[in-house]
Design a protein around this ligand. Structure first.
Ligand code: ZN
Ligand code: ZN
Length: 222
């Protein structure tokens, strides 16, 4: 199982959705803010101490440079057990974006506009393409990455009348989605003010495809 980001409650959310957190094989971070990374600690703790058999299958963890510096500081804070023998960490280059062949799909990435390290990810398989934008503001690079994707999972943090740099409003989401020509957008990372408005209608003003507001436990087929 592959996961993008691990915000607070992600491990609990997997359990509630009937997914086994110990089945995670690959973790890809978009950036290092706590709402995208903190649950890596309980996840690795569970892998180390919650499994019936010691794990031998590799766990691959990657993020944009300087991911290795970030990981070193996490290890210094939480301890050596976070670097079990089965764990492999890797740093991805933000500006020389490459792609990786994974079992059954190809993973690629591109810069997002949020933090200096931020990247967005795309998975292509025979079934279609899925893009996860992480945190970003309007970004031509994210538009390029999301070109013709089936599903774009994207943040929609703030309403149009109170925009915040580094994040998206409904009209920004609509612009990215329509310029990229995606089939469907799934909205996430919704701050309280944006949670009070009709996001489906707001995004629908500038985007003709399907719009879904994500909630915990939502399961979709690509
Ligand atoms: Zn962030
Ligand atoms: Zn965030």
């Amino acid at each position: 199982m592959l996961v993008f980001d691990l915000g607070s409650g992600a491990v609990r959310g997997m359990l509630r959705s009937g997914l086994d957190p110990l089945a995670v094989d690959r973790i890809y971070f978009t950036h290092f803010h706590p709402d995208h990374t903190v649950d890596v600690v309980p996840l690795l703790f569970a892998m180390e101490y919650g499994a019936e058999e010691p794990r031998t299958r590799p766990l691959r963890i990657a993020g944009p440079a300087p991911f290795l510096t970030f990981w070193e500081s996490v290890r210094n804070a939480w301890g050596q057990w976070m670097f079990a023998e089965h764990t492999e960490v890797a740093e991805l280059s933000r500006d020389d974006a490459e792609s990786l062949e994974l079992p059954g799909c190809r993973l690629s990435w591109a810069p997002a506009e949020h933090r200096s390290e931020s990247i967005a990810y795309r998975l292509d398989s025979e079934y279609g393409a899925f893009v996860y934008a992480g945190d970003t503001e309007y970004s031509r690079s994210v538009v390029g990455l999301a070109r013709d994707a089936d599903t774009l999972l994207i943040e929609c943090s703030f309403p149009d009348d109170t925009p915040v740099p580094g994040h998206l409003t409904p009209s920004d989401v609509a612009r990215i989605a329509s310029e990229a020509g995606v089939r469907r957008v799934v909205l996430t990372h919704i701050y309280p003010a944006a949670d009070k408005i009709d996001l489906v209608a707001e995004v629908g003003r500038g985007f003709g495809g399907e719009v879904i507001v994500a909630e915990d436990g939502l399961s979709l087929e690509v």
